[in-house]
Design a protein around this ligand. Sequence first.
Ligand code: 6GU
Length: 248
Amino acid sequence: MRIDIITIFPEMFDCVFDASIIKRAREKGLVEIRAHNLRDWTTDKHKTTDDTPYGGGGGMIMKPEPIFAAVEAIKGEEEAPVILLTPQGRLFNQTVAEELARHERLIFICGRYEGVDERVREHLVTDEISIGDYVLSGGELAAMVITDAVVRLLPGALGYERAAAEDSHATGLLEGPHYTRPPEFRRWTIPEVLTSGHHARVAQWRRQQALKRTLERRPDLLASAPLSEQDKRWLREMGYNGPFAEDE
Ligand code: 6GU
């Protein structure tokens, strides 16, 4: 996969993409990530990327010409979604991450200032994404969040291949508790089932814990999570009576 990011702050990406899972995925050749400086596609002496809004009012608007030039140069003749990062976009979640991970290329435009010229939205961008209902100073942090969530889904990116499938949200549920050594810490012990060596009982306990945690913290997720009839029986025993998703 190749990810191109268009930004006026390319240096913001250096340490994030040079650590942990993303670094390893890049080293393994699973993903090539490039942060491009939008100013490289300006044509004036001052490398201007923004201007005042027509009609007056405060704030600055990102100019269309450098953004069009950057996307056209970076994209070439290839097919690639051009994604504008903006608080007005569709909400990012694990399903969107999985959708993006299926593309061979992604191009992100990091919005700054009060916004971008509407012609960028209308004639260049194919998708707009927000990472949550709060306002960031620009799309850069959102590009990092989305890149991280997508790259860890690429086959081979995680050491333990089943990990991504078992993550919180990947199952539509939150994960239950995890424990490691020591078995007793300050007189706090671990659930006995985990040392029983009984794999089916461990799997059942984990599933029940995931359901319990989701019910306690994010009951809204239960309405769309894929659940078995057994899951629904356990949830009813815990006091949850629906709604449940239609399928499964
Ligand atoms: Cl993608 N951009 C900005 N500026 N703020 C945000 C956002 C994006 N997502 C949530 N807030």
